[in-house]
Design a protein around this ligand. Sequence first.
Ligand SMILES: *Cc1c(COP(=O)(O)O)cnc(C)c1O
Length: 490
Amino acid sequence: MTEQEIEIAQDELTLDPGTPAEWERMRELAHVMVDGVFDHLEGRREQPVWQSPPDTVRRLIAGEAVPRTPQAAEHVYQSFLTNVLPYATGNTHPRYWGWVKGGGTAVGIMAEMLAAAMNPNVGGMDDTATLVEKQVVRWMAELMDMPATTSGLLMSGGTMANLVGLNVGRYAKAGFDVRAEGMRGGSPVRVYCSSETHSWLKKSVELMGMGRACLHAVGVDAGYRIRIDELKAAIAADQAQGIKPLCVVASAGTVNTGAIDDLSAIADLCAEQDIWFHVDGAIGAPAYWSTKLQPRVRGIERADSIAFDLHKWGYMPYDIGCVLVRDAELHKAAFASTASYLTTMDRGPAAGGFYFADRNIELSRGFRALKAWMSLKTYGVDAITALIEQNVEQTRYLVRLIEASPVLEMAAEAPLNIVCFVYRDATDAQNKEILMRLQESGLAVPSSTVVGGRFAIRVANTNHRTRLEDLELLVKAVETIGAEVLRLGA
Ligand SMILES: *Cc1c(COP(=O)(O)O)cnc(C)c1O
């Protein structure tokens, strides 16, 4: 190469600050941001839970051209403060109980910054990020009373964690080489769930090429738990027809009502019939950490694989879910892959290979283990468990308030931390209107579902900031808005 062809020799580019003064300026801005973030968090209770982004903000964000030239970082941060931060869904607020979401923590915020500073790609090489994630998984296995040899990893959430567990189950139980032949390798297979199972399962069997036809959604009892007699009959009927029962997906906390399937009975059945026992514990698995609540989810420790979310009832910031697989060999065998550019070396960072890449579908992965490691150590598992118990107690309190109300009524049992209720004399459309008015008021954000064919307002309490007074406010607000909606005939 000649001198002329090398154009950059003099002023080489980087995205780092250039001079010491520029480093200093960036450092100062970072301090300002930290203050802004904590001001926001500390004052969160006083702000509306949720407000829809106003049109000005929508236009401002959606109308901006590709930013080809630089803007001052201070200016960009200001735009975040005024335009982005105030219009979140609201789950950091004490009166947010929509869907199932955790609120994050102060330590979680800081851990996310530290993880970004280190910026490892946690495919599982010879580095501390890998050691930290393996340790978090070991802690999770111990907390769930799974053997020390249990394998697992952290995923973006329950959906992905469940998918990993189900895929290991398919590999283990299909009876043919699924990895080589896909679903053409042998007899048709069946996956059993209940009619209350979360929609991750439909998406997953579609993605895995098994199709929704492989699913058998078993009916539920009055408490929305899978009917064991019906499950047994379905398995026997399939076996008689040459269909291979692959996996039972049990729920430890359904998304609609928090119902917990009879996990011990399903564990027995799966052991007897040589079926993979997977538990979707996205919501309820952490209840196992509490001696008080553990009896409700007992049997989960016998699962072949468990998926659960730490961004729900672990209170950690998004995103973080966990999958545990009892048989470490099967876990690896279901996913491990080889490629010339991903060779295990004798020494160097690739010594030992790519541990996590060999145990899930992703190769590049962030350091989400750090927020788990720091949260568990800083707060302690006992404190997190005490909050889980507090949420369940608060749920019982809310049920009492609803039962004591002259105008409200429960729409389903509330066995864990989810409450479905209605304004008794309102139609479905009116209850929907009540919910939307409540959300728009900024006072509280529950969500909704349909239980027993009826539209219900649904409160899912995985909120470590909620106080009893917040639930009292909620009930009063629904009573007031309900009366208004009924009066208007809206
Ligand atoms: C939330 C949830 C999921 C999906 O988990 P994500 O973290 O949202 O991907 C699966 N199952 C149940 C029961 C859930 O509540």
